[in-house]
Design a protein around this ligand. Structure first.
Ligand code: KIV
Length: 270
């Protein structure tokens, strides 16, 4: 065994599942090997989310993200990390049609990236697929509440559960994915009391995003919490305002190049 292999000790799916009701689970998205290496020191799992279409590639939604792009970023993140469980999102159109199709594409993602699990959106309607994948060796994280891949059906990115009459549907979704064998579930964009009811209703960890602290863990899109996106959802706390720092650095560089004023000894390969 090489020494590099010996140093890789990743969190496992059962370890994350066991954290239900325990120490809160820390997670972030990441799409890039070197930033993933920093996130890896603090996150229990890292999601290579299909939000990369918007965050990295300037798309207007996640709908157009191809499977190959997820695989390419998934590989980079696996390469850059050694501790966190890596979960890769299945993009729109790669799993919904049938359990067979989902298995074929999810197996490709796992083989070609080396990730430890995949994530799919949808509650009750995806339960059969989740069971099919888990029975065949593919760990699944589910995603309910506001599911961005269905934003056209939902009429946009709207907080779910404002009307209490809809709560049973969301709670049924959570129960269905848990019963089908998902090891954790992302709960996105739901009102706080609904997040609490979902977390109480199931025995797998809930990972909240825009869903209050009433979940077993939290996830944020890294570039959102670093202030790097032109638009950031209202619920996101910005921990580091890197956008203005990048702009300032690029501006100073451009000024020095134009003024021929940067020290030339710094710009020579030795
Ligand atoms: O793609 C993504 O970044 C996600 C998170 C919002 C959970 O699915």
């Amino acid at each position: 065994m090489s020494s590099q292999t010996e140093q890789i000790r990743r969190n496992t799916v059962p370890q994350i599942a066991k954290r239900k009701g325990g120490e809160p689970i820390v997670s972030l998205t990441s799409y890039h090997a070197h930033t993933a290496a920093i996130v890896d020191r603090y996150a229990d799992f890292i999601l290579v989310g299909d939000s990369l279409g918007m965050v990295m590639h300037g798309m207007e939604s996640t709908i157009g993200v191809p499977l190959d792009l997820m695989i390419m970023h998934g590989r980079a993140v696996v390469r850059g990390t050694r501790r966190a469980l890596i979960v890769v999102d299945m993009p729109f159109g790669s799993y919904e049609e049938s359990p067979n199709m989902a298995f074929r594409n999810a197996a490709r993602v796992m083989k070609e990236t080396g990730c430890g699990a995949i994530k799919i959106e949808g509650g009750k309607r995806m339960a059969e697929t989740i069971r099919f994948l888990v029975e065949r060796g593919i760990p699944v994280m589910a995603h309910i509440g506001l599911t961005p891949q269905s934003s056209h059906v939902m009429g946009g990115f709207k907080t779910q559960g404002r009307d209490e009459d809809t709560w049973p549907l969301h709670i049924d979704d959570a129960r269905a994915v848990a019963e089908a064998g998902a090891f954790a579930v992302v709960v996105e964009g739901v009102v706080e009391p609904l997040a609490q009811a979902i977390t109480r209703a199931i025995d797998i960890p809930t990972i909240g995003i825009g869903a209050s602290a009433q979940c077993d863990g939290q996830i944020l899109v890294l570039e959102d919490m670093l202030g790097m996106n032109p638009w950031t959802p209202k619920f996101v706390k910005v921990y580091g305002d890197l956008g203005p720092m990048i702009e300032d650095s690029v501006r100073r560089y451009a000024e020095e190049v134009k003024a021929r004023s940067f020290p030339s000894e710094d710009q020579v390969y030795r």
